[in-house]
Design a protein around this ligand. Sequence first.
Ligand code: SF4
Length: 95
Amino acid sequence: MGELERKFDVKIESTEDKVKFPDALKENLKELGLMDEKGKLKLKGVSPKMLKRMKQEFVKCPVLKKDVQFVQCFVCPNFQSRVMGEVLCKGDPLK
Ligand code: SF4
């Protein structure tokens, strides 16, 4: 099987800080049906423990050139998959 076409392997990092989702991200997640009205994340097949950990994760996005929460990265059109602590990112320009 050929490798997925992608530009970047982006390391997933974790923070101990309290993480707050920006409102725009929340709205986006709600539209995608990944967050309920109370602001609770609902990702299929992801356990609550995993979700908690996921919330603390971020990547240094090579496209946006800033830290991006993993959940935002997860819903990004460039996101391909998550493999061994890295995001496989297509690397296309984002608006
Ligand atoms: S998938 Fe999107 S948010 Fe994640 S690293 Fe790539 S461009 Fe950045």
